[in-house]
Design a protein around this ligand. Structure first.
Ligand code: CA
Length: 232
């Protein structure tokens, strides 16, 4: 799988870029490099990019702005943000950016490669699965095209949001803990930050619920996590 996948690194610090590139290429990925957000966006426009590793501190437009533009133009692209500051994490986790994952500098490149692979599984894992369509109340999930509809209208989901909703909708009524969701969606033992689950659920609710503050589909299980409503 790795061989045809193209990863774009947007980072102005050349040594970090090279270091990430070497580690990704060793795993068989195609790697594109950009030293600014503008350059990154122009590469994304001209080449099919699967995952973007995006630094926040960039000359010109910053990583947050780049993230917003990428999400708007390519809703299903994978985005992993790099940050040097712990106070950026709350912003990364903000509803408007739709980040799939993030890493705090300095990071272990092997861990970054694991996260890229895990994100690619979220993007591609069900391509050879059954082609069933799931109908659930007003929702329709087309597993082959990975599209999701409410009342016949498509709702654009990030790869991570799609994986979460697939987990829920295939297991109605089952309560999942945040750690279970981390393991099943992110696909490895994520080191502890279950806030990424909460923020993705919040974003999903704002996309699929009539009233996100009074959810009818994704219910909170107090002290545990979340579950999709039980039809009965
Ligand atoms: Ca930088």
């Amino acid at each position: 799988m790795a061989s045809e996948k193209r990863i774009l690194i947007v980072e102005d610090e050349e040594h970090i870029r090279k270091f990430v590139k070497i580690n990704l290429e060793r795993e068989g990925f195609l790697v594109e490099e950009a030293a600014s957000g503008e350059e990154g966006l122009s590469i994304a426009e001209n080449k099919k990019i699967d995952v973007v590793v995006l630094d926040i501190m960039l000359p010109g437009i910053d990583g947050f702005e780049v993230c917003k533009i990428l999400r708007k133009n390519y809703p299903t692209i994978g985005i992993i943000m790099l940050t040097a500051k712990s106070q950026d994490i709350d912003k990364i986790m903000g509803l408007e950016y739709g980040t799939d994952d993030y890493m705090v500098k300095p990071f272990n490149p092997i861990e970054l490669v694991l996260r890229v692979k895990s994100l690619l599984r979220r993007i591609y894992y069900n391509k050879d699965e059954d082609e069933n369509t799931i109908i659930e109340g007003p929702f329709k999930m087309d597993k082959y095209s990975r599209k999701f509809y409410k009342d016949g209208k498509e709702i654009e989901l990030t790869p991570t949001e799609y994986s979460i909703i697939k987990l829920f909708i295939e297991n109605p009524g089952k309560a999942f803990s945040r750690d279970e969701i981390l393991n099943m969606v992110w696909g490895y033992d994520f080191m502890g930050d279950s806030k990424i689950v909460d923020v993705n659920v919040r974003r999903l609710r704002s996309k699929i619920e009539e009233d996100a503050s009074n959810p009818q589909y994704i219910e909170t299980v107090w002290g545990v996590g979340y579950r999709w409503r039980d039809k009965n």
